[in-house]
Design a protein around this ligand. Structure first.
Ligand code: HEC
Ligand code: HEC
Length: 442
């Protein structure tokens, strides 16, 4: 080897040793290059919007309303939000949603956070824009089983809808398929997940992550190899990979007509995934622990396996727990609620439509006041004026009620027709307690 080459090889070896890749340092991981990874995971300032569908508050509000509008479905009882539920990261908590025909759908309902940056949509990427995607579930026999023309006619018959479309599309106010798709897409682009502890660490706050969480991040970008596909602040390369799940769904392959892409699915984002179990395109993995166990020891070997998947990862029990601890840091502490979703009002029980005799707030995870006295025939209004999602569970004489997710801005009004003592808690934050005593009306 010429001298020049030798010197170069020497330098290369020296830097390998420095990086901890050679010799006795082999089982000691390389130190985390903090500045590099902070740059690689920095969040962008704002979400992109396509030139042909700029977002306006009116359009977003229309889209948010349509997202919850059951008139888009054939049976008038399914909305986008039936499967894409805000408090479950816009997924639905089941492995596969039961479709119109009573059979489970082919794939799991994916969460919808941060799709403004998406390059293709569906697990197999068969839709090229959110606008194109939106029409598919409406007409899908097994999802909403709707007929677009019927849905458009129904919406056109509603004066409020005509007004909302006119405000959203001042130049072309018609209630058309194109405008429906644009409004739904514009709303979905507002679903940007909020900053979490990990983002505070990325911005320079060294204390934002616990040592175990940071160790998990080092594994994620280091020997566990996760960052080969879960890249950038959304944790996705937007590419398709076969990660060796036993499912026989061919995924991307048939979309392209390329069998080398069989079993490949779009790398999902990992943001807000604490709220969206079970995981994977078929919902076959119930927990983060089992996701990590999958990568460590359960990968099905087949020719289509992604080249970006590490061949063999040795992860101790501690390291697996650290990876899971890290995964938790890219989700919010409570299911986040986008400001673009309209508030809901729920009413329950006889007299629930009476003018409320009392009102209770839920700010800062506390019912205020914590006790109320009512009389039979009164209604009680509970307002979620907090920043997190709550839930109302009420138990008392002959009465029990569960509000489901109660989002910021939502109100629940309960009417009381029997005297007695009632306990109200939030099922998500059971330390929140409210006691209601209802006296016999005189
Ligand atoms: C019956 C349940 C159901 C309903 C209703 C439903 N979806 Fe979905 N959605 C799914 C499933 C399942 C998938 C994944 C299908 C696939 O990948 O093949 C999906 C995929 C998506 C995706 C792609 C996400 C990604 O990561 O690529 C978007 C966006 C979406 N739905 C929006 C909507 C909108 C908008 C509506 C209402 C017009 C809607 N969905 C109605 C179940 C549903
Ligand atoms: C070769 C690319 C690749 C690598 C490497 C990789 N993943 Fe994934 N990951 C994917 C793909 C693709 C899916 C979806 C697979 C499917 O549903 O068929 C996925 C799914 C997941 C999910 C479930 C997300 C959801 O919403 O369903 C989690 C969590 C996850 N990966 C974490 C990790 C961790 C932790 C590592 C490192 C140990 C890792 N991934 C390594 C590509 C990869």
């Amino acid at each position: 080897m010429p001298r020049e080459g030798l010197a170069r090889a020497g330098r290369a070896l020296a830097s390998l040793v420095l990086a901890g890749l050679v010799g006795g340092a082999a089982d000691k991981p390389a130190p985390l290059d903090v500045e590099h990874w902070r740059k690689a995971f920095a969040r962008p300032d704002h979400a992109p919007t396509p030139a042909d569908n700029p977002a306006t508050p009116e359009k977003v509000a229309l889209g948010a309303g349509l997202f919850e509008d059951t008139r888009l479905s054939g049976s008038d009882n399914v909305a986008c939000s039936s499967c894409h539920q805000a408090d479950l990261a816009f997924s639905d908590g089941v492995d596969r949603h039961v479709g119109h025909d009573g059979q489970p759908l082919d794939r799991r309902t994916p969460p919808l956070w941060n799709l403004a940056w998406g390059l293709s949509f569906f697990w197999d990427g068969r839709a090229s824009s959110l606008e194109a995607q939106a029409m598919v579930p409406i007409e899908n026999e097994r999802e909403m089983a709707g007929n677009l023309q019927t849905a458009l006619r129904e919406l056109s018959a509603d004066p409020q809808m005509r007004k909302a479309f006119a405000e959203a599309f001042p130049d072309d106010p018609a209630i058309t398929q194109a405008n429906l798709a644009k409004a739904l897409a514009a709303f979905q682009r507002t679903l940007v997940s909020p900053e979490t502890r990990f983002d505070r660490w990325v911005k320079g706050d060294d204390k934002a992550l616990e040592p175990d969480e940071l160790a998990g991040f080092s594994l994620f970008v280091g020997k566990a190899g996760c960052v080969a596909c879960h890249q950038g602040w959304r944790f996705t390369d937007e590419a398709f990979h076969d990660i060796g799940l036993p499912s026989d769904d061919k995924g991307r392959g048939p979309v392209l007509g390329v069998s080398a892409a069989d079993h490949a699915f779009k790398t999902p984002s990992l943001r807000e995934r604490v709220w969206s179990a079970p995981y994977m395109h078929d919902g076959s993995i119930a927990s983060f622990d089992d996701v990590v166990n999958h990568y460590a020891e359960r990968v099905v070997k087949r020719p289509t396996l992604s080249a970006d998947l590490p061949q063999q990862i040795e992860l101790s029990a501690t390291e697996r727990a650290q990876l899971v601890a890290f995964l938790n840091t890219v989700s919010s502490d409570d299911p986040p609620r986008p400001a673009s979703l309209p508030a809901r009002t729920m009413a329950w029980g006889t007299n629930a439509d009476a003018v409320p005799a009392s009102s209770v707030s839920q700010k800062a995870r506390r019912f205020t006041p914590g006790a109320v006295i009512l009389k039979v025939g009164d209604a009680l209004r509970i307002l979620n004026d907090d920043t997190r999602v709550h839930n109302i569970r009420l138990d008392g004489p002959g009465k029990s009620f569960n509000s489901d997710a109660q989002n910021p801005g939502d109100t629940v009004t309960v009417g009381f027709d029997r005297p007695g003592h009632y306990d109200v808690i939030c099922g998500i934050h059971p330390e929140m307690r409210l006691s209601v005593d209802v006296a016999q009306a005189r």
